[in-house]
Design a protein around this ligand. Sequence first.
Ligand code: NAP
Ligand code: F7E
Length: 320
Amino acid sequence: MAKRALITGITGQDGSYLADHLLEQGYEVFGMVRRSSTETLGRVAHLQDRVEFLQADLLDQASLDRAVQDAAADEIYNLAAQSFVPTSWSQPSLTGEFTGLGVLRLLESVRKLDPRARFYQASSSEMFGKVREVPQNELTPFHPRSPYAVAKTFGHHITVNYRESYGLYAVSGILFNHESPRRGREFVTRKITDAVARIKLGLAGELRLGNLDAQRDWGYAGDYVRAMHLMLQQPEPGDFVIATGRTHSVREFLEIAFGHAGLKWEDHVVQDPRYMRPAEVDQLRGDAGKARRELGWEPTVSFEQLVTMMVDSDLALLGG
Ligand code: NAP
Ligand code: F7E
């Protein structure tokens, strides 16, 4: 019989790639969506006939209970969150509710109603924040630097705690930044590739950005959802860092993205204090050695391939 998976956050970047991957693996896929007055299924439009959507919200325990019961899933992937770091300073309580307490609510539903399900929590490299060591691995202490990161740190610890308290098969994937043509346009990578396409096609002239010296360990989302699935196939539950092990600056991203379209970034980029953050994380670089050894996981897309894939996709979307 086909395995059943429930994905929260299926309308997001990762949820859509994970749904693609699990359907390819022969899973029956259930996707949790929240009510909205406008359509949010754009990223999963190609899967509408193959996924069963269940309406629920991370703020509403009864709706989560129902979704967990109806899906009767073998594997539950909790990808839903308020995931944009700057919004976590302007809406800190909401971020705590969605990104922190939402994890606890879902774990409660699993504990009460489907404790044999395997549970994946989407944790983040942002938990390392003001880093204690470079590169960061599963044993590196956390020092979160934004309300988002604080909420994710709660989500991580409560996942480990439910594993230890109730014997749930619950794992936390500590994923470094991963991007794709399906990335939201507010995140710096997609903001840049979307602007490159607009500038190239004469639809825009400038791009306003914040800290160009910020560095990230950027990988490809399609590679990272494979790791999520692998984590739930292990004999024992455990936590894993997923990263490329290479760091690049926003400036390097600009250089490749604009260069790929035959443009010079210096002619178009304007630094704007509005996009600076109250606290920055500077030296994120992941050590995915445990995932390589125990999951056999490797990233397949290089930084250059990622940037050019995103520029090409945005050019195509705009008809270029
Ligand atoms: P994303 O594109 O922002 O997607 C977030 C998803 O969460 C959307 O489907 C959104 O639904 C849903 N959601 C938000 N609030 C909700 C609520 N109250 N109830 C139900 N659903 C809700 O994020 P992503 O990049 O795919 O990331 C997936 C997860 O991994 C997130 O938890 C993120 O924090 C974490 N993460 C991401 C990265 C990364 O680099 N991408 C790295 C580490 C960890 P709507 O469509 O209705 O808004
Ligand atoms: O920022 C700098 C900014 O918003 C990356 C989320 O998926 O990954 C993501 O969080 C860097 C920061 O992603 C702009 O200061 C400069 O240093 O693309 P971002 P993020 O904050 O790293 C982690 C792992 C997650 O878990 C999150 O959910 O780029 N930057 N100028 C800018 N960033 C933005 N957004 N906009 C700018 O104009």
